[in-house]
Design a binder for this molecule. Structure first.
Ligand code: PLP
Length: 407
């Protein structure tokens, strides 16, 4: 959670939890826009555009804020395309980077005027109409580094192997493609600025090599997303200015002055630190170890259960209490439903407000409704300091809305 967000949110919390039922996520509009603007500034006017990865925080209110700040959108499904269009995205404002794509979704992307990345050579052959601009995604097997969240390179499900790229572009050209891009993303939640920049530079280098081999000109290089955020208090944030500088230097090195546009499709880094899950302790108990049961469960935040991901937890009004070690748990009938295991915290008591930090990306969006645990509300702290509800909590009626009685 950014320090600025904490400073503006904490004084509002007592009133907020009195007017809105916990749990809820709350996002910081000012922090989200400021982060986008700083990213755009780091690249300068030098032929770059950032497309927010919609999957990270698909609330249309957030998308509208980002659009107003000049962001495009990275979509990978038909619904994400509709969300981008719903906030006014125009042709050219969307990149469509999917994998294992269904034809109707591809056609929706084509109709939306998106820049389309083909994940797969055979899919590009299958479609009846190619877009004017064709890009292929490089498989991580063709690049230097792998990463745990992306799976091992040898078993990656993403992209075209490097040695098949030239053939893929030649086929696309033979079928009428007139402009070309290339896409590569091999990192997820990467906190090492140098490593992230080197991975992007490698995509640029490979792009230059393939373009030369095939005799095409690249209109853009999309270096994907995958930048990490400091989930742990002692994590160091990415130096985005250095990241952008190294990418621009790699472009100059491999393409000379000018060169293709650089596209980024970053999600987590834009919104992750600008969201928190506000929840309360409802059951303190001891079962051999100390447990704090919350009124939120993994329906609100899957990452700890899904990846063992660390989210910092704070009790803003428990200062001065003795510290201990606690498991922080939800109410699902699943032993995985824990936000933290053996975490040092000031002793929680029933009714305490608990903040689970950095839920602005892949938080609410990943929620689910197993066990009848419904997804919570989303609020936004506006630039002017007001709090607005931008998605209400789900209800029984929502849960039943897709049911047809008929048996
Ligand atoms: C998930 C994803 C992104 C965004 O990743 P972040 O880690 O949120 O920056 C971008 N592009 C593709 C293809 C993705 O799958």
């Amino acid at each position: 959670m950014s320090a600025e967000f904490a400073e503006r949110l904490l004084p509002l919390l007592p009133e907020l939890v009195a007017s809105y039922q916990t749990p809820f996520h709350i996002y910081d509009a000012r922090g989200i826009v400021a982060t986008h603007e700083a990213m755009a500034r780091a690249f300068g006017a030098a032929g770059h555009r950032q497309y927010f990865a919609v999957k990270a925080l698909p609330n249309p209110n957030v998308l509208a804020l980002l659009r107003a700040a000049g962001s495009g959108f990275d979509c990978s499904s038909a619904v994400e395309l509709r969300l981008a269009l719903a906030v006014g995205a125009q042709p050219g404002d969307i990149v469509f980077t999917s994998n294992n794509t269904a034809l109707p979704e591809y056609r929706a992307a084509l109709a939306a005027g998106a820049l389309i990345t083909f994940d797969d050579r055979s899919f590009a052959k299958k479609v009846d109409e190619l877009p004017e601009t064709v890009a292929f995604r490089i498989s991580p097997t063709g690049l230097a580094d792998g990463c745990a969240l992306m799976g091992s390179a040898a078993h990656s499900k993403f992209g075209v192997p490097a040695h098949e790229l030239a053939g893929a572009y030649a086929e696309a050209r033979a079928r009428g493609a007139r402009r070309f891009g290339i896409h590569g993303m091999t990192l997820a939640n990467e906190l090492d600025t140098g490593r992230a920049a080197r991975a992007a530079a490698e995509v640029i280098r490979l792009g230059a090599r393939v373009a030369e081999a095939v005799g095409i000109e690249l209109a853009y290089v999309n270096v994907g997303g995958g930048l990490g955020i400091p989930y742990r208090e002692d994590d160091k944030p990415i130096d985005f200015i250095a990241y952008a500088e190294e990418i621009l230097a790699a472009r100059e090195e491999h393409f000379g002055p000018g060169g293709p546009r650089i596209l980024t499709e970053i999600g987590r880094y834009v919104t992750g630190p600008h969201g928190v899950l506000v929840t309360r302790v409802i059951n303190r108990c001891r079962k051999g170890h100390e447990i704090a049961g919350l009124d939120a469960s993994m329906s609100a935040l899957m990452r700890p259960a899904l990846y063992g991901a660390y989210h910092h937890i704070s009790l803003p009004f428990a200062g001065g209490r003795p510290a201990g070690r606690f498991d922080v748990v939800g109410a699902l009938c699943e032993n995985l439903d824990k936000f933290a295991i053996d975490r040092e915290l000031p002793e929680p008591r029933d009714g305490d407000i608990v903040l689970i930090h950095d839920t602005g990306a892949h938080g609410h969006a990943m929620g689910f409704t197993y066990n009848g645990r419904l997804r919570p509300a989303e609020l936004m702290l506006t630039d002017g300091g007001d709090v607005v509800e931008i998605r209400r909590a789900e209800t029984y009626d929502d849960y039943m809305a897709t049911v047809r009685w008929g048996a």
